[in-house]
Design a protein around this ligand. Sequence first.
Ligand SMILES: NC(=O)c1ccc[n+]([C@@H]2O[C@H](COP(=O)([O-])OP(=O)(O)OC[C@H]3O[C@@H](n4cnc5c(N)ncnc54)[C@H](OP(=O)(O)O)[C@@H]3O)[C@@H](O)[C@H]2O)c1
Length: 314
Amino acid sequence: MTILLDMKGWDPHPWIAAIKRADPERQVVTAVAQENASAIRYAWVWRPRTGILSNLPNLELIVNLGAGVDALLADATIPTHVPIVRALDPNITMRMTEWIVLQVLYHHRHIPAYLEQQRQRIWRALPQPAASAVTVGILGCGALGTSAGVALRHVGFEVIGWSRTAKEETRFKVFAGGDCLPSFLGQTDILVCLLPLTPETRGVLSYGLFRQLKRGGALAGPVLVNAGRGAQQIDADILRALDDGTLWAASLDVFDPEPLALTSQLWAHPRAFVTPHIAADSEPEAMSGYVIKQIRRHEQGLPLDMTVDRGRGY
Ligand SMILES: NC(=O)c1ccc[n+]([C@@H]2O[C@H](COP(=O)([O-])OP(=O)(O)OC[C@H]3O[C@@H](n4cnc5c(N)ncnc54)[C@H](OP(=O)(O)O)[C@@H]3O)[C@@H](O)[C@H]2O)c1
């Protein structure tokens, strides 16, 4: 029941130590060799090396060590008969919720303007709308979008969401499908993107979409917050929208490609806030404990959480 660990750009040592703490009997390898290939049952991966999973005769489960599976599904060498699960533990969900709430409050409570006033030693109160006067619209109401939306409601914001399919039970109003998108956008002051990257969501954050956001709301203008994937946003459209007032401000955690090019105008734009894809990092200790529990469920024949639907792309 050996685990293969393959993670691009991540140090495997804290992960190996965390797996050993969660399950001391489990063997962990970081390379495939003739002697260990047939022992490997589980692959824990983040952007794995191309081809590494293609010749493992007894592979039972691929665990993607993050919420987004776009990079994994783009690899044509991944065996199609092996199920994929996303490792989405409460720790990563909470980290994303923190980052989204932080960005929404950052713009709602005028933090950029007050930082500038402090630099200039200006003592001046700016008009402050109540949170209840501001509607946050969340594109993507899955695990992360729902958690962020619930937290934002606790802070007092109006929250609405948008998903692909209609929901029977939701914690806030969720619009479903492309036909409802204009209505959702027309009510949204702060747009939060937590969509997975699929062919349908690539480039969705465009100038045309920003123009449909609510005008004349409680804030100086619409705000964009993107923590989904960089390929969902068109950087040139964001800059154009910030410059002509279609957007008042933007908080961006994801870019395509990453790191964000040194020449990008987003770095220095006065109303763009840029972070280096840190909204919700996978933390070895918390995630290993969660994934080991999932593997034990699998070994007992119980259903797994967060199974990826390859046809849907998330
Ligand atoms: N920046 C970071 O550090 C970071 C960290 C973790 C994750 N992420 C990103 O966050 C994304 C979301 O994660 P999650 O766990 O919340 O995903 P999830 O549970 O799979 O939820 C995805 C949501 O998006 C909706 N959706 C998908 N395609 C759509 C479409 N074409 N039109 C409308 N709605 C669509 C889904 O609709 P249905 O409910 O109808 O299926 C669902 O509500 C990940 O894929 C990843 O890209 C970023």
